[in-house]
Design a binder for this molecule. Sequence first.
Ligand SMILES: Nc1ncnc2c1ncn2[C@@H]1O[C@H](COP(=O)(O)OP(=O)(O)OP(=O)(O)O)[C@@H](O)[C@H]1O
Ligand SMILES: [Mg+2]
Length: 473
Amino acid sequence: MRVNGRTSITRRLTLLFVFASSAVLLALGFVIASSVEKHFEQQDMEVLTGKMELAGYALEKLQSQNDLERMKQQLRNALVGHPGLDVSIFSPNQTVIFATPGASAPINLASVNARRNPHRPFTWTIGESSYRGIAAELSTGIKEQSRVFVAVSLDIAHHQAFLRSFLRTLWLFVAVAAALTGILGWAAARRGLAPLRAMREQAQVVTAQQLSHRLPLESTPVELAELAQSLNDMLARLEKAFHRLSDFSSDIAHELRTPVSNLMTETHVALSRQRSADDYRSILESNAEEFGRMARMISDMLLLAKAENGLGTQAREMVDLAAEVLVLFDYYDAVAEEKGLRLVLEGNGEVSADRLMLRRALGNLLSNGVRHSTANTTLNVAINTNKEMVSVCVKNIGDTIPQEYWKRVFDRFFRVDNSRQRSSEGTGLGLAIAKSIVGAHGGTITAESMIAVTTFTIRLPRGTDASLTPGSL
Ligand SMILES: Nc1ncnc2c1ncn2[C@@H]1O[C@H](COP(=O)(O)OP(=O)(O)OP(=O)(O)O)[C@@H](O)[C@H]1O
Ligand SMILES: [Mg+2]
């Protein structure tokens, strides 16, 4: 389940299930095992202390060696019916005074415990068998032997055997449970991840021809719905961009087809018979005009692609907008004068921008304004500045743009009156270029046109000197 060194989620979840369930089961097992052991110890202690008390009581009552012999018999009798329970009595110099036949308590251990931990349990092992015992120093009524050590012990082999088999069963259970939870976890993880696989299958359907395909949101679990939504949004953006791109290329083909076929027809006609040098000259002049238009269209398209990618707007500087507009007024002065058009500038403002790109955007608005103005009217440029924004409004009187086209005029190759414009100079790229340049500067451009008054407004963030690139001033 490792793909190129990456672990699969199913594998991770399965391992997590196995580890978690094994850890819980083991902890539970150890708690149970230790409480069972404690319980056994308590049970043993009840028996051991009972017998120790009995021995203590009997020893206290002893007066002579004869009493001692009697007591030994009493003790033997008391231990009948208690298999595994043994008592041993020994003197401080470790001489055994009495010991039941199976008594196994090591004298050294018993005497140490009798002194240090009287009545506290201790364990020892002999061969396969284990024992638990308590020891104490007790007093007797016999003068010559007033203090003795008593050890009471119990064979705990059966307890230990029980614990061993319990732990064996526990390990087996943990192993089986871990394997089972592993299988269940794997199945659950696969089931849980099924929507992801479904999403992958849906995503595989998406191709350049089927960009309209979307991931179904209704059947997607909540956790994945956001991801699916984001993917759908991304698909929508891609689809839009893809359509724009294919529209653009078909537009380019369409726009270039007319001038190229014009050129071809003209050339064929020119070649169809012998002509004078003057005829050839005038044909070449007309062709040069057509080539000029095509060259302009191609450079416009290149500029557009550049502006759309935000290129060419890096060299920012503080641009005096009024000065730029005046330079453009100079440029359009001759055409304006021919039409009797008055060019008027109001206001002033500065903005951090790429001077040449911004001049190009403003120039496109002015060229449109001059071209679409009615003769003997005024073309007005107003610059306004507020705290954050600078706006430039280019207003002219002439052709009205119907409201449904206010947004579309910024589309590439869009012309309000296609047939009329195609024959004239415009290629329909001017406003698209202006919009891309303004967009690359973080601004907006809008169009409004009513009762012959058309206004294009550029709004740009003012920017600060700090935003200038080094060496741009
Ligand atoms: N000031 C205006 N008044 C009326 N119509 C306008 C004005 N400016 C633009 N338009 C309309 O918007 C269309 C798109 O303008 P745009 O500048 O993009 O292209 P163009 O001027 O036709 O060609 P280009 O600018 O590439 O030479 C124009 O064809 C025209 O119909
Ligand atoms: Mg134009």
